[in-house]
Design a protein around this ligand. Structure first.
Ligand SMILES: Nc1ncnc2c1ncn2[C@@H]1O[C@H](COP(=O)(O)OP(=O)(O)OP(=O)(O)O)[C@@H](O)[C@H]1O
Length: 270
């Protein structure tokens, strides 16, 4: 089922308009990267799609529902279908990796089964199968606080793969990984999403990774869509316009130089 935003705006509680007039349609099974400078609104958009925030204006249709009209069980049911991959996965430090992965299905299980699984992992084979493609099968019984940041991010990915969601939302999913591992992990995430017919929407600062792994790329600037096109059509000019003055706005590293932004051909991390 598709996602549709019609004239969506999002104003945070302090009055800051993080998103304005966003029109967007994403079909089931599409894989989309969101790029843009720091503060452009990428996380705000993902939080809307994850239903932790509601639009201030406009209309959001998500997997056949309007989150703004759902309450209670109907909202919980919708949320079970959405897998969230966090930049820093909120995993309890003392929790075993196997338990953290199995927690992906807590929302699908009865209270009794969920509580039992927290004490004794009920589906060790399932957790192992989710971790294996991420090269973490040998970490099954380690504690989360014994893992590196990149390994924790991959546990978070294994957890949503185990969840079996219809929609995967990833906020900077490989930010803690070295460039080789980030490339491998994004490739894997895209392959698995593709094989399962699951929609994948990820925010990324690494423009080269967005262009290499995602068929469709959205450029967000100051809360508005600057472009929305196939990765192969994203031009150097698009990227220059997206990141112009970004270093002044955010205080972060300067925007990619014109030669460097020819990232379709030059694999580099920005
Ligand atoms: N809860 C909040 N209350 C007020 N303003 C917020 C809140 N969350 C985000 N903002 C503001 O909304 C704007 C967009 O933030 P958002 O986190 O969506 O950007 P982003 O593109 O994900 O940035 P980054 O790449 O740095 O993570 C920023 O100016 C930010 O300060």
């Amino acid at each position: 089922m598709s996602i549709r935003l019609d004239g969506v705006g999002l104003t945070h509680a302090n009055g800051f308009a993080a998103l304005q007039g966003v029109n967007l349609q994403i079909e089931a099974g599409e894989r989309v990267a969101i790029i843009g400078s720091s503060g452009a609104g990428k996380t705000s958009l993902l939080r809307l799609l994850g239903t932790s925030l509601l639009p201030s204006t406009g209309e959001l249709q998500l997997l056949g529902s309007q989150p703004a009209r759902l309450r209670g069980q109907a909202l919980r049911h919708l949320r079970r279908r959405i897998g969230l991959i966090h930049q820093s996965p909120p995993l309890p430090p003392r929790q075993r990796v196997v338990t953290a992965v199995l927690a992906g299905r807590l929302g699908h299980w009865s209270l009794g089964k969920a509580l039992l699984s927290l004490c004794y992992p009920l589906d060790i084979a399932g957790a192992h199968a989710a971790l294996a493609p991420l090269d973490l099968a040998d970490k099954l019984f380690m504690r989360c606080d014994q893992l590196s940041g990149g390994q924790l991010q991959r546990v978070g990915i294994a957890r949503v793969l185990y969840q079996g969601a219809d929609l995967l939302l990833a906020d900077e999913p490989v930010s803690a990984m070295d460039p080789v591992l980030a490339d491998h992990t994004l490739g894997l995430l895209n392959r698995l999403a593709n094989e399962r017919g699951v929609s994948l929407i990820a925010s990324l600062h690494a423009v080269d990774l967005a262009l290499r792994h995602f068929p469709r790329v959205i450029g967000l600037r100051e809360g508005r869509l600057l472009f929305d096109k196939p990765a192969s059509d994203v031009s150097q000019r698009d990227l220059e316009q997206l990141y112009v003055n970004a270093s002044l706005d955010s205080g972060e590293s300067p925007p990619p130089s014109p030669s460097a932004v020819d990232a379709v051909n030059i694999p580099r991390c920005f």
